[in-house]
Design a protein around this ligand. Structure first.
Ligand code: ADP
Ligand code: MG
Length: 572
């Protein structure tokens, strides 16, 4: 746990040291008055009690109490500033890290789980550690200060009291083991709830339309009940061990009292020593008890820390230091790739000359979108090499790599912001007139002007206030503004009504002017003019050539073409 905490605190070591300084100072000030009381006891029992001395000591105590108040306030504020600052830093670090992962990471973890780590696990850290850091300091330093006082007075009685420590430690170890086991189960249940709830909310429209609300709800209800059960177990099962550890403290205290009385009888100690032990002995373990109550939550927090650190350490996509290419032809050299180890595309070798257009066709599931995703480096290839302008894309620094590529996909994601800002994402430095120009060319203005706020109308979460075609036009405007030398079009016009399709064809014509283009289209008529066409089957290149060459081959392409020509005549 200490290693994990240390790892997190390294995000801001200076502030951490400062907080520890104030918390330790505070705990010493809290413990010191009990020590000073002893001086009074001793003076009272001395042969000639010195009243001036006693009053001076009382004065010192009063001053210390005032100081303690200020130190407490200071350390509390410091701790809060520190822990919230640290968790903000942690979330930003995690957020930045997420961008560097391959999409494979998000396949293994569902979105609910990723969100739970960044939100809930970090909240566990800030809530639990922020609350117990002061108690921890008091337990360690307060107890040490008092123990030193006690050992000086009488080491035998002190030893008797301190004997509780190793025994309680054993009970803590047992509790520790249980918390870590049950805590993991509870966290897993919590993630399932998160993921199910996310799915439930995102899919609520479809659930409604299929009248599944009740059924899907029972699934969610079950996971909630499961979470409830696991949470109770996590708290209840280790509890008795902690309570037993408390009792050990009481027992050693009683043993110390008995030993003290025995020594007193034998005149081995004086009355003030015994009184000192009765006062301090009871105070000695108070901070430890507080920490033991915190201990369970601290262990639970540690499970969160483990998951946070696992995310921090998850392998990011390699990012090289090569210069950006100056030419933008794309070359696949014997590329193979599979999602989660299942081969999806195999032994692909082809070359797309700069500023030419390559079309990918093939049945659905043949690997077309996968090739586009590999060019965009959403995934890394398993073997072989992809080069742009002769530079392996693995060697290009990630942040710069994405400048090279614009994508327009069938499903467009828009941020819950204005149309204007959604276009601006293409190039955050663009001027207003450049943005309006892109909106004009991508046929965004032709629908935006009807909206009450025009380009500044909000699009809703994921763009849900707009039609598919309108979202598509915004994403093309975004790509136009980005003006990247390589353009990937994946079924950009597949699900559009004819009117939108015409608009979007025009917008795309603007976008692909003098670019290296990879286009995936279902309707072969739209890619007839491509410079080169690859026909994919089961992840391999079955045929290649121009439209005319492929028609003459009388192969798969010819068959697909004929079928589409026939179906053009269909009417419902
Ligand atoms: P196409 O675009 O030609 O329809 P894809 O490239 O999308 O085909 O998919 C090729 C194969 O890879 C399909 O069998 C599909 O099920 C699988 N696949 C696609 N995307 C993923 C993914 N993210 N995770 C796992 N398998 C995937
Ligand atoms: Mg596809």
């Amino acid at each position: 746990m200490i290693r994990n905490l240390n790892r997190i605190c390294q995000l801001d070591p200076k502030a951490t040291l400062k907080v520890f300084f104030w918390e330790i100072l505070h705990s010493i000030f809290v413990a010191a008055p009990s020590g000073i009381v002893l001086i009074i006891v001793w003076e009272l029992f001395s042969e000639h009690p010195n009243t001036t001395k006693i009053w001076t000591v009382v004065g010192v105590m009063a001053v210390m109490l005032v100081l303690q108040f200020f130190i407490a306030a200071k350390s509390m504020v410091q701790t809060n500033i520190w822990v919230y600052g640290l968790s903000t830093k942690l979330r930003i670090t995690l957020g930045n890290r997420l961008r560097k992962f391959s999409l494979g990471y998000f396949k293994q973890k569902n979105p609910g789980e990723v969100a739970a780590i960044v939100l809930q696990d970090v909240a566990n850290f800030e809530g639990i550690f922020g609350h117990s850091v002061g108690n921890l300091a008091a337990a360690v330093f307060g107890t040490t200060v008092l123990s030193v006082f006690l050992v000086i007075y009488d080491w035998r009685l002190a030893l008797c009291l301190l004997a509780a420590l190793p025994i309680t430690y054993l009970f803590l170890l047992a509790a520790n083991y249980l918390v870590s086991r049950l805590g993991n189960k509870q966290i897993a249940a919590r993630n399932t709830v998160g993921a199910n709830f996310l799915e439930y909310v995102q899919g609520i429209r479809h659930l409604k339309s299929y009248a599944l609300i009740g059924k899907k709800h029972t699934g969610l209800e079950q996971t909630l009940k499961d979470l409830c059960q696991k949470s109770i177990r996590m708290e209840a099962v280790p509890g008795p061990f902690i309570v037993t550890a408390f009792i050990v403290f009481e027992i050693t205290f009683l043993a110390m009292v008995a030993l003290g009385l025995y020594y007193l009888n034998g005149n081995l100690i004086t009355i003030p020593v015994l009184i000192s032990f009765l006062i301090l002995g009871y105070h000695l373990y108070h901070p430890l008890k507080v920490v033991m109550v915190d201990y369970l939550s601290l262990r639970y927090m540690n499970e969160s820390l483990k998951r946070i650190i696992e995310m921090l350490d998850a392998p990011a996509m390699a990012s090289g230091t090569a210069k950006l290419p100056e030419k933008f032809d794309i070359c696949f050299k014997d590329v193979s790739f599979g999602y989660l180890n299942k081969p999806t595309v195999q032994n692909l070798s082809f070359h797309i000359p700069e500023k030419s257009m390559l079309a990918l066709v093939g049945h659905s599931g043949s690997g077309k979108s996968t090739i586009a995703a590999l060019i965009a480096r959403f995934w890394d290839v398993n073997s072989g090499k992809i080069e742009i302008g002769g530079v392996p894309i693995k060697d290009i620094p990630q942040e710069q790599f994405y400048q090279l590529i614009s994508e327009v996909f069938q499903d467009v994601y828009l941020f819950d912001d204005s149309i204007y800002n959604n276009i601006k994402i293409g190039n955050p430095e663009a001027t207003e007139s450049e943005i309006i120009d892109a909106a004009e060319k991508a046929q965004v203005l032709s629908f935006a002007w009807e909206l009450p706020k025009g380009l500044h109308a909000r699009v809703g979460e994921g763009g849900n206030k707009l039609s598919g075609g309108q979202k598509q036009r915004i994403s093309i405007a975004r790509a136009l503004l980005k003006d990247a030398p390589i353009v990937l079009l994946d079924e950009a016009t597949a699900s559009l009504d004819p009117e939108n399709e015409i608009f979007i064809q025009q917008a795309i014509q603007e976008l692909v002017k003098s670019k290296t283009v990879v286009v995936i289209a279902h309707k072969l008529a739209t890619i007839m003019r491509a410079d080169n066409i690859l026909v994919l089957e089961n992840g391999e290149i079955a045929e290649r050539g121009t439209h005319a060459q492929l028609l003459n081959k009388n192969g798969i392409y010819r068959k697909m073409w004929d079928i589409q020509q026939q179906s053009n005549g269909w009417k419902v």
